[in-house]
Design a protein around this ligand. Structure first.
Ligand SMILES: *Cc1c(COP(=O)(O)O)cnc(C)c1O
Length: 461
């Protein structure tokens, strides 16, 4: 399988090259040149496999360069660190199924992809005798999942910036207590925007970037999408009685990575009837699906912060398919987005978009009510992101035995909200206990580019 850019400027590159490139060098996103198809017989075979073998079967269809044994080893190493024997349990609650994607080391679904990406990086760097210094900014969840993806890995350092006093206590503790010598947390005395523009400034100094082999881990790496496709198959097999039956999937959505992985599996032949995008009041994607209006507004803070996003980076990958694989149309649309802050999707394209997705949005109040109702009806605690999915499904009358809501974070990561709504503190899983007692390591810096560069220069591999 070869990879190309959605904007047409890159093509014919290998999976390994795509992983190391991250963002395509023409500014587009990398996608596979073909989509492999699975028929009913293939699905029957896949339905009998444990998680690691299933992952191998799917991932190996998207790459050729890594020898089978090595790929299997990477996958096994990745998923041995999940603390539930079922990897992703699919439970019955709220009249539907809830797929708990959050049993990884940081209790966010992001672990499923970032643990895999970390191991891939380590493998490729070792083979190529290269080093990588990852630089990123976080307002919460992504930071700790990215750090846990690469902590202790050879030839990699990670520098993670976060705004002082603006991330939750648990999130800060998760990031700063890894006790790994290749993890550098930087508390920036400023806002998240300050952090992001610092990172941008450093990346735009190409000489510096080259000298210190700087790279990013953002949601646009195709390896992340690939790792996420696997669990759509897994969940499907745990919901149906017979291969061939249909399911609906509801996805709490921010950057469009998770739901795009679901869209790909549908194209590969997985029988998903309705694929639903659930947003909070940062509703760009809901507006897009309902009215064809992809226009960027201000970000509103909500109680599901991982979805407080206005630019859904992975949407470009979907546009490529919506525009019938016409790269020049994708480039034009992305140019328009830059200048006019909007893309207008009308006519038959809107019809196609509405056949591919449905969407719904949820307010903070509705999230809280949903958490309360699910607890009283099913004696089951969900986090605010998952509550968006459950509420969206209810809105669209999708409540049924074959509807699966993806649960993207452990409720214990949001103890204040759970306590406010249910008057009990959520039970802390082992990995979130005793964080307070561990050794913290973090460097406080002013939002100043030269201070950051000095710090990187001093500590880089
Ligand atoms: C990142 C995140 C999301 C959004 O996922 P996307 O792939 O960006 O759409 C939803 N819920 C949680 C808990 C997250 O951390």
């Amino acid at each position: 399988m070869k990879y190309k850019s959605t904007r047409g400027g890159v093509s014919g590159i290998s999976f390994e090259e795509a992983v190391m490139m991250g963002l395509a060098s023409d500014g587009g996103l990398l996608i596979p040149e073909k989509i492999p198809l699975f028929n009913e017989k293939d699905l029957k075979h896949l339905s009998e496999l444990p998680y690691t073998k299933l992952a191998y079967e799917i991932i190996s269809r998207f790459q050729e360069g890594i020898p089978s044994d090595d790929l299997m080893q990477i996958i096994q190493k990745t998923y041995s660190r999940f603390d539930n024997v079922n990897m992703i349990p699919v439970r019955k609650a709220a009249g539907m199924r809830i797929a708990e994607l959050y049993h990884g080391p940081t209790y966010s679904f992001k672990d499923i992809a970032l643990q895999f990406l970390g191991n891939l990086f380590e493998y490729i760097l070792e083979k190529r005798k290269q080093k990588l210094n990852i630089l990123g900014a976080t307002s919460g969840d992504t930071g700790s999942a990215a750090i846990y993806g690469v902590k202790g890995k050879k030839n990699i350092n990670i520098f993670m910036l976060y705004p002082s006093n603006r991330v939750s206590n648990i999130q800060e503790l998760q990031m700063t207590t890894t006790e790994s010598s290749n993890v550098f947390c930087l508390e920036v005395t400023g806002s998240f925007d300050n952090c992001q523009s610092l990172v941008k400034d450093v990346f735009s100094d190409l000489e510096f970037k080259e000298e210190y082999s700087l790279g990013a881990v953002n949601s646009i790496n195709f390896a992340r999408i690939l790792a996420q496709m696997v669990y759509y198959f897994w969940i499907y097999f745990r919901t149906i009685r017979r291969v061939g039956e249909d399911i609906n999937v509801v996805v709490p959505t921010g950057n469009f990575g998770n739901v795009f992985a679901g869209y790909m599996t549908k194209k590969m032949g997985l029988p998903i009837t309705k694929l639903m995008i659930a947003t909070n009041r940062n509703n760009i994607l809901t507006r897009t699906v309902k009215f064809g209006d992809y226009s960027i507004e201000r970000v509103h803070p909500t109680i599901s912060p991982a979805m407080d996003i206005q630019i859904a980076s992975n949407f470009e990958r979907y546009l490529y398919y919506l525009y019938n694989e016409d790269c020049s149309k994708v480039s034009e649309a992305m140019e328009r987005l830059k200048t006019d802050k909007e893309i207008d999707i009308r006519g038959h394209l809107l019809g196609q978009l509405q056949r591919d997705f449905i969407a719904g949005e949820t307010s903070d109040e509705e999230m809280k009510n949903t958490i309360r109702q699910v607890f009283s009806k099913s004696d089951y605690v969900i986090d605010p992101h998952t509550a968006c999915a459950v509420h969206a499904a209810e809105q669209m009358e999708l409540v049924a035995d074959n509807t699966v809501c993806l649960s993207t974070a452990h409720p214990a990561k949001f103890p204040e909200v759970i306590h406010e709504v249910l008057s009990v503190w959520p039970e802390m899983p082992s990995g979130l206990q005793n964080l307070e007692e561990r050794q913290r390591r973090s460097e406080r810096i002013n939002p100043d580019e030269s201070i950051l560069k000095d710090f990187i220069a001093k500590n880089a591999k």
